[in-house]
Design a protein around this ligand. Sequence first.
Ligand code: ZN
Length: 251
Amino acid sequence: MNIIRVPVLSTNYIWCLYNYKNECIIIDPGEATKVLDILKKFQFRLRAILLTHNHIDHVNGVAPLIQYFPKTIVYGPTETKNNGSHFLVSEGDDFVLLQKKFKVLNLPGHTPGHIGFYSAPWLFCGDTVFSAGCGKICIGFAQYMYESFLKIRYLPRNTLIFSGHEYTLSNVNFAISILPQDQSIINYRNKIIKLYKKKQPTVPTTLNLELKVNPFFRCGNSNIKKSLNLPCDLKEEWQVFSELRKKKDSF
Ligand SMILES: [Zn+2]
């Protein structure tokens, strides 16, 4: 199985997985035009669309793609029932596409019903984890988002994380404002700046790297608490996580 990154809108990535038979799966089509160009160029046959959540920049391409490929099956969480999903899936569900098994993970936080698709070693996590950062959290869902991060943290370290946006430079700048002495983050920022200068993508990332450079995976770190002026004995790690995301909102 191979993958093509399709950059659309200003920061979105649509992911196109394909096999040697030129069958493909599209993940989070926020628009259709560029996807259709790729399908035509490589003569791919669209078998399925996977949706992680119901935001317009992740689902807007579903209807036009279905018009061109009416046999396509759409999998998504319940919140995508009005966005063309044929199969509403949640944690515990799995299915086989292109001879690969996909497991559904519930990853609430960015939206209440957000899900991810895991097909080792690949994780399609929509707007949950970004490289060096975390998706925006809907009101009242900080603890859920923290628990979604915990779930991802215990996947194998070699997991490749395919996020829905390219936000890495802003995220790593924020990370360094929180942990200015952290050598892993400093090194990562230097690498990201070089990639941005060459207009190269920074996604996918790996879980192994994120555990080092993503402050949202490191909320037990006492320097993060200090940086946020939180009491050292604050026990609930999800509250640190929540404060960290609030700080990023105004960064
Ligand atoms: Zn979103």
